[in-house]
Ligand binder design. Structure first.
Ligand SMILES: [Fe+2]
Ligand SMILES: [Fe+2]
Length: 197
């Protein structure tokens, strides 16, 4: 009878292997210092990560501009509290842009704040809206675009780049809050519930 193949050894379980790896890590870490936080075991493709993050940055910039415009231009009865909500969202979109730009920098890239081609790079759209309800609706649509986009990015980064994923998860959670806020405002100002409860 043919003898069974010996079990495949898991290198991580072999005693002392990790210490050997650690020595290699120490050696490698002294090389390529110009790459900063990007080490040899970075799981993804750094250039792709930077390009994707620059698209997310453009999306955030468009969201800042749209909310800023709405915070100033909204008029009508009961617009004051809505204007404050738009202004609050604009501030939070600015924070998101900051997190993303910092991450691009950590990855050795350059955050693209260039207004040329901004709307082409962005996933969300800049729509001014004709009246208060239109503005709220456009923001809800933009948030839903951002949510879908971030979910896809989070899946892409998964364990390739846990830091980027964690940053995007934090941003996604806030976009979901924004969408919910816009939904609630739409219900208040359109006077009809949109979600079945
Ligand atoms: Fe955002
Ligand atoms: Fe948002």
């Amino acid at each position: 009878m043919k003898p069974l193949d010996p079990p495949v050894e898991d290198p991580m379980e072999k005693k002392g292997t990790f210490a050997t790896d650690l020595a290699a890590i120490r050696k490698r870490s002294r090389e390529n210092l110009e790459r900063g936080a990007v080490t040899q075991n970075y799981g993804g493709d750094v250039d792709t990560a930077i390009a994707l993050l620059n698209e997310a940055l453009a999306t955030e910039i468009v969201c800042i501009l749209r909310y800023k415009y709405h915070a100033v231009a909204a008029t009508g009865i009961a617009s004051e509290s809505v204007k404050e909500e738009f202004a609050q969202h604009a501030r939070e979109e600015e924070e998101h842009a900051g997190f993303i730009a910092e991450r691009i920098n950590q990855l050795g890239g350059s955050p693209n704040f260039n207004p040329d081609g901004l709307t082409t790079r962005a996933a969300s759209q800049y729509v001014e809206g004709e009246n208060l309800v239109d503005m709220i609706r456009e923001n809800l649509i933009a948030e839903r675009i951002a949510i879908e986009h971030y979910r896809d990015l989070i899946r892409y980064f998964s364990d390739k780049d846990p830091t980027t994923r964690t940053i995007l998860e934090r941003v996604l959670a806030q976009e979901e809050e924004h969408a919910n806020d816009m939904h609630d405002l739409l219900v208040t100002h359109e006077g009809k519930p949109m979600l079945k409860r």
